[in-house]
Design a protein around this ligand. Structure first.
Ligand code: AKG
Length: 196
């Protein structure tokens, strides 16, 4: 079911394109994504270092990005990812300068509740999310009403979180006990310094 909107709920400020990619690009870009360099970082919880429950990658224009407390230089765009960025920009008229990749190898990989609100992506950013591989459930939760809306993000789907979404909503892809295959998600984001 896509999306699960309860009667009377507030609709989140998103645009959803379930079939953004053709089946051919879908498969090709998933394989190309898998072949990139991925890293499973560490985070500190209650003073203990634990592996991040997903693999990550960072590509983009020539800027430095603050990422989990470190200032990183994004690797240059692979051709297919730049093309994805260009196609998304042409579709929605918004501008994106870098992409964060999340690779969920099994259902144990996840990303907890959060909003993408870092000073570097500017005020009221739009964030575009392209999914490849296995379907996972993407959850949006309104910060005030706690209303939760689910999107099952299939391969080739594009969900654009419009300005206001990060301010009023959180999102997550939670662990699942269901047997699921690998999934890769790219979130395309603006960079404040490009807008100066
Ligand atoms: O994998 C997803 O669909 C969500 C990724 C995400 O929440 C993020 O990159 O901030």
């Amino acid at each position: 079911m896509n999306p699960s909107l309860t009667k009377g709920a507030v609709a989140p400020p998103v645009q959803f394109y379930p079939d953004f990619l053709s089946p051919a690009d879908n498969l090709d870009w998933f394989e190309k994504s898998k072949a990139l360099a991925w890293a499973r970082g560490e985070l500190t919880m209650y003073g203990k270092k634990i592996p991040v429950p997903r693999e990550e990658a960072l590509f983009g224009d020539d800027f430095r990005y603050e990422y989990r407390g470190a200032l990183l230089q994004a690797a240059p765009w692979p051709d297919f990812l730049r093309e994805a960025r260009d196609r998304i920009q042409a579709l929605c008229g918004l501008t994106f300068h870098f992409a964060v990749g999340n690779r969920y190898v099994t259902g144990k990989d996840s990303i907890g509740w959060h909003s993408d609100s870092f000073p570097q992506i500017g005020a009221r950013p739009a964030v575009a999310s392209l999914s490849l591989g296995s379907t996972r459930r993407f959850k949006l939760r309104h910060k005030a009403s706690r209303e939760v809306i689910d999107y099952d993000l299939e391969s080739g789907s594009l969900l654009i979180m419009l300005p206001g979404c990060q301010e009023d909503w959180e999102h997550a892809v939670l662990k699942t006990a269901r047997p699921v295959g690998e999934r890769i998600n790219w979130t395309f984001r603006p960079h404040r310094d490009a807008q100066l």
